[in-house]
Design a protein around this ligand. Structure first.
Ligand code: NAD
Ligand code: 89Y
Length: 333
């Protein structure tokens, strides 16, 4: 498979490292000339563009990896659909549910595969827990706590996180909500509270969310970037899941405890990766491989655009709930 990538920023560097083991990236695009030139030199890519439309017009690739921030996602996915090119789009998938639905429709009409780069459920420790729960290791789950609490400085690498009106739910909570879905099934209702603790940022940096799942289970999804922890656990998601035959815990330090005992699920540090990001970086390789495998098999990726509508609805529902001080049924959205 030959690919192209749009958006040569902070996180795309991980995606390009991972592609080296999976596919040939023939062209890259960024409207920032310095980022474009630096990334082209780093990865030895000679076809460069400052305009995505021109890159699609020139073609020569089977898929496009959209690694830009959210405002450009809808037009770029629609360009991919018009060009008949499979697409991976970074999270958050879209700014509104209407945009997201239009993107899914465009992909379906064009017959392309559209996957959202929703990688946290592909972290190897999380994956192992999802497999254990789905495999019945704790029986039928009735409660989950899915928790991400940190004081790590994410603003130095991603300055827009400090200035966007929405912060933790849209940026990070979206992953944690998606993990809750992967573990407990689809949610029908959400209730949320939000706070801003850090006065130097615009959006909320604490969110506490209560989910009701279709099968009757409940999840608490709690996220904070205002938590000073020793030791710091960024970027680990911690789990506690009760089932009718036992409890699963994923504790700090990637320690898994199941009814039959404990094990260490520390992820590998890939040759191009660095701590503490190695957990996320490994998941980039795994989700990008999943995308190619799904195209080859002619099946939908686990986090297809259509699937991600349900994660995005949880994000929108959480903001609505916090703003109006009420519980929100997802079929309202
Ligand atoms: P960034 O601002 O560092 O990089 C984005 C790049 O896209 C910039 O260089 C910008 O010039 C370019 N760009 C924007 N619109 C463009 C357009 N229309 N055409 C060409 N280039 C365009 O952002 P980032 O921190 O790398 O984040 C990118 C996306 O990745 C965000 O949506 C973010 O939420 C997501 N992200 C995901 C993870 C994860 O684990 N999945 C981690 C970090 C960031
Ligand atoms: O942008 C975020 C993401 O997707 O994972 C972690 C992050 O980089 C900062 O919250």
């Amino acid at each position: 498979m030959r690919g192209a990538l749009i958006g040569c920023g902070f996180f795309a560097q991980n995606q390009l490292h991972a592609w080296r083991d999976l596919a040939q990236i023939t062209a890259i695009c960024d409207r920032d000339p310095q980022r474009l030139a630096e990334t082209a030199a780093r990865f030895g890519i000679t076809r460069t563009y400052d305009d995505a439309a021109r890159m699609f017009a020139d073609g020569g690739f089977d898929f496009v990896d959209i690694a830009t921030t959210v405002p450009s996602h809808r037009p770029l996915v629609q360009m991919a659909a018009a060009a008949g090119v499979h697409a991976i789009c970074q999270k958050p998938f879209a700014e509104t549910m209407a945009d997201a639905r239009a993107m899914v429709t465009a992909a379906e009409s064009a017959g392309i595969t559209l996957m959202v780069h929703e990688n946290f459920r592909w972290q190897s420790a999380i994956r192992r827990c999802i497999d254990a729960v789905r495999g019945g290791a704790i029986g039928t789950p009735f409660f989950a706590r899915v928790s991400f609490r940190s004081g790590y400085d994410v603003f130095s690498g991603q300055p827009y996180l400090a200035t966007d009106q929405r912060f933790i739910i849209q940026d990070l909570g979206i992953h944690i909500l998606d993990i809750a879905r992967a573990l407990m099934g689809d949610a029908t209702r959400i209730t949320a509270t939000t706070r801003r603790i850090n006065p130097a940022i615009r959006g909320e940096d604490v969110a506490t969310m209560l989910l009701q799942h279709a099968g009757g289970a409940t999840s608490v999804v709690d996220c904070s970037y205002a938590t000073r922890r020793v030791p710091e656990t960024f970027p680990e998601t911690l789990l506690e899941i009760d089932g009718d035959r036992g409890t699963l815990r994923l504790d700090a330090g990637y320690r898994l405890t199941l009814p039959e005992g404990s094990s260490d699920l520390s992820p590998p540090v890939l040759p191009w990766a660095s701590r503490p990001w190695h957990n996320i970086q490994e998941s980039v390789l795994l989700i990008q491989r999943h995308f190619l495998d799904c195209i080859a098999a002619g099946i939908q990726p686990e986090t297809s655009g259509a699937d991600n509508l349900r994660t995005l609805a949880l994000v929108e529902g959480a903001y609505l709930s916090a703003a109006e001080g009420r519980s929100v049924a997802l079929d309202e959205l």
